[in-house]
Write a protein that binds this ligand. Structure first.
Ligand code: GLA
Length: 378
């Protein structure tokens, strides 16, 4: 983060002069509870030590100039719907500005420079980090008075209205509310949340990034969401959350096999998250790990959001006696999240690298999870 801060400050000063104020916002991991957020269910995320740093300063015009260090590109845009930026990365920032305005915020023109170190396409939500850092900063700099939950919703609405992804609230919530050393259990129906200190003695939590991103045509994410909403409707419920397997079986003849399997995954995931909460309270990490594997194979076989490379990494983990391993995030590539006993860590990482490289031609990246604070001024 330090180097990135210096780079962002220096670039800001060189391009736009003095007076840029520094903000940061993280990416996230999720222990368990995948594709449950938009079903009104529970998620278990934590913010990480990788994120976006931005320097921002109001410029007293109605135009914005934003420079992305990683893309080496500047976007220029205004603040009305007609004045959208051209580069697609700038949609996140334009969208956030617009969503704050829709909530009554008097957002004016600004100059900004930003850089990030959340690996792209890894399922760690670099986009939520970008949305949150701008939502948090513009809210402060323009005195919009939007509360933290609504800031998370500003990011989510940006995805819905400007980026075409009908995501749930987990990523933006984690990026805004993150707290060092704590995972968070969020009930996405009531929006109640609790911090869970997470220091599993004798275990390591880390990610293996396959560095594979499958670009699927259409929008497979939105498509999963539609299936869930359809089944909930058939069940006469607002959300799939709270539905039982018995209820699902009862309507099996009225829905497609695909929708049935997707709903079966979501209902199973709900009970796994609750079981993990209990297991964590008892310090039973082996049980947590078992549920992680179940989530993986549910996401692979029923929800169909995994891929060959991620299934392979999880199989290697199983063969090495790793306590838990699963695909993390929306799917179709990215990382596995792994819970492993200290003494098995080195052997597993070596094996995973070697076996993956032998099959796919490159090694996965290893990221140790450091659970960190959410959006903040630096
Ligand atoms: C993406 C979405 C989240 C959530 C996850 C899957 O990260 O942005 O809202 O649905 O996928 O758990």
């Amino acid at each position: 983060m330090k180097n990135m801060q210096t780079q962002v400050c220096e670039t800001f000063a060189a391009r736009y002069g003095e007076g840029g104020q520094l903000f940061a916002s993280p990416g996230r991991i999720n222990l368990i509870g995948e594709h449950t957020d938009y079903n009104g269910g529970f998620v278990f995320p934590g913010a990480v030590d990788k994120g976006i740093v931005a320097a921002i300063r109001p410029n007293h015009t109605n135009q914005c100039r934003v420079y992305a260090i990683d893309m080496q590109e500047e976007a220029l845009f205004g603040l009305t719907e007609e004045e959208r930026p051209i580069p697609s990365w700038a949609f996140y920032i334009f969208g956030v500005s617009r969503e704050l305005q829709k909530r009554g915020g008097q957002v004016g023109g600004f100059d900004a420079v930003f850089a990030g170190n959340v690996p792209l396409g890894a399922g760690m939500s670099s986009s939520a980090a970008l949305e949150s850092v701008f939502a948090f900063a513009l809210n402060e700099l323009f005195g919009c008075g939007v509360d933290k939950f609504e800031l998370a919703r500003v990011g989510q609405s940006t995805e819905h209205n400007y980026c075409g992804v009908k995501c749930g609230i987990m990523d933006q919530f984690a990026s805004v509310f993150g707290k060092e050393g704590c995972l968070m259990r969020l009930d996405c129906r009531s929006m109640e949340y609790a911090y869970f200190p997470f220091r599993p003695a004798g275990y390591r939590l880390f990610l293996l990034d396959s560095r594979v991103k499958h670009q699927l045509t259409g929008s497979p994410y939105n498509d999963r969401r539609l299936s869930c909403e359809h089944v909930a409707k058939v069940l006469g419920q607002e959300f799939l959350r709270g539905a039982t397997m018995e209820q699902l079986e009862a309507v099996r003849g009225e829905i497609s096999e695909e929708d049935y399997k997707r709903a079966r995954y979501v209902i199973g995931e709900e009970s796994r998250v609750l079981d993990v909460c209990e297991a964590l309270e008892q310090g039973d990490y082996e049980r947590v790990g078992k549920r992680m594997y179940e989530t993986h194979w549910g996401m692979s076989h029923d929800y169909e959001v995994s891929c060959e490379e991620l299934d392979f990494l999880v199989e290697v983990a199983e063969a090495c006696g790793v306590s838990g391993s699963r695909i993390m995030g929306g799917g179709f590539g990215g990382c596995t999240i792994n819970l492993v006993k200290e003494e098995l860590y080195d052997a597993f990482v070596a094996k995973a690298k070697e076996a993956f490289a032998a099959r796919y031609g490159h090694e996965p990246m290893v990221y140790n999870v450091v659970i960190s604070d959410g959006a903040r001024r630096l």
